[in-house]
Design a protein around this ligand. Sequence first.
Ligand code: NAD
Ligand code: A1AUG
Length: 515
Amino acid sequence: MVTAYKHEPFTDFTIEENKLAFEEALKTVKEELGQKHDLLVDGQRIRTDQEIVSTNPANTKQVVGTVSKANQEVAEKAVQAASTAFEDWRKWDERARAELLFRAAGIIRRRKHEFSAYLVYEVGKPWKEADADTAEAIDFLEYYGRQMLELKDGKPIESRPGEQNRYIYTATGVAVVIPPWNLAFAIMAGTAVAPLVTGSTVVLKPASNSPVIAAKFVEVLEEAGLPKGVLNFVPGSGREVGDYLVEHPKTALISFTGSRDIGTRILKKAAEIQAGQQHLKQVIAEMGGKDTVVVDNKANLETAAEAIVVSAFGFSGQKCSSGSRAVVHEDVYDELLEMVKERTEKLTVGNASEENVYMGPVVDQNAYDKVMSYIEIGKEEGRLITGGKGDNSKGYFIDPTVFADLAPDSRMQREEIFGPVVCFTKAKDFDEAIEIANNTEYGLTGAVISDNRDHLEQAKRDFHVGNLYFNRNCTGAIVGYQPFGGFKMSGTDSKAGGPDYLALHMQAKTISEKF
Ligand SMILES: NC(=O)c1ccc[n+]([C@@H]2O[C@H](COP(=O)([O-])OP(=O)(O)OC[C@H]3O[C@@H](n4cnc5c(N)ncnc54)[C@H](O)[C@@H]3O)[C@@H](O)[C@H]2O)c1
Ligand SMILES: N[C@@H](CCC=O)C(=O)O
């Protein structure tokens, strides 16, 4: 019997003991930084001459680790190993596969601060964000393990006298898993273990900004007892290794999380039938967002200001769920803008390894350049209220930035910026606010701050997003509580951390027997 699923609690760093424990973990991990991490193919560790050097975005001189880099030859071996291992792994008892996930969750829970400390150094996560990322990784392991136990006997269907019918789920085959760097632990771990627990084998190509945390996770799975070939770890270039894995005729399932451009490229490539391919590839693609906080005229403005600031600036706006747009009723627009400005100016920006830093850096030079160029566009399209400055002398720091008076169809209000920038647009009434909120090609998350029940009901019906929140921020979905995934160009709406997610990784089989 397993206990009922409950999400992993977040660490309260105001408790001295927790704060000291985290500082200790940061110190220990700092001493470990710079290690070399190998590829893993068919249970064999491989060290290559070519390496990915992972550095701390808050202090670019600090090397977090170097990770061997796969090429197409290694990728080929990884697919072949996964294909061979599949024949045995798919026959494992579902309970044994689920228990492996529970063991891995236990290992991570015991070393929770160590993993969070790696996230602080590798992607510049402030303490709380790093802690939440690790907690979510644990949640995915615990939740998907339990989901597999629920699905292991299939789902009930009707039988008739003399005829017994069954509906069961079977494993798919070789799964290629391509995660992003932003929820560097949670999404990487969650998207890797979902196919694993269903009996598929995995080739994991981590994001190049966060390969060290992925290498640490692979070690955990080995320690938990994962057999050789079942998970193969091949960090490498997206174009070279990513494309190769996606196109491979033995790839049966692709689980991608990342940008719209790469996601749509993968969907297209996966649809092309390769020589020797005998199946259609299943694709899960969770992509970008342009997420809106809508504020009504009858609303608690304290709640609204808090929701806008948390949604926009948590992890420096580098979440697909980040609320980069505020669409506000004209009656409360000026007052709310002033409240958001005040709150924003109180936020602390700095090296995420220090306590009480609200916002760390953005992840790399490309991200820095991209966000700074959007800030220039913002100055032309709107009115700069606060922020707007960056400093990349030591790390990639950008001030939390607020723009006002953006046209609904401006570039700032349509394109994903993926940085600490929020843009205000005025709406004459609630109907117009929802219309503006829906006017992007994305449909991932959204929030409505309103005390008007009719308007909340209207938003349920008409606000076209996969994750809709009322009277709170639009980030921070919790596994098992707020299954996550978007509409439109935000993806295939797979709802990670939800009851339907595992089924997307399997093939349903109907078995009918006459007596
Ligand atoms: N919807 C979601 O659940 C969700 C969650 C997190 C992030 N995101 C989105 O991810 C993006 C940020 O992450 P990112 O910068 O890592 O995205 P990205 O698209 O640049 O990269 C994602 C992954 O794809 C790989 N990749 C790159 N080129 C490839 C190719 N040609 N073939 C195969 N793989 C390739 C990368 O190496 C990385 O592992 C944002 O758009 C964000 O909104 C979405
Ligand atoms: N699931 C996360 C976002 C993942 C994308 O970056 C959230 O709900 O904030």
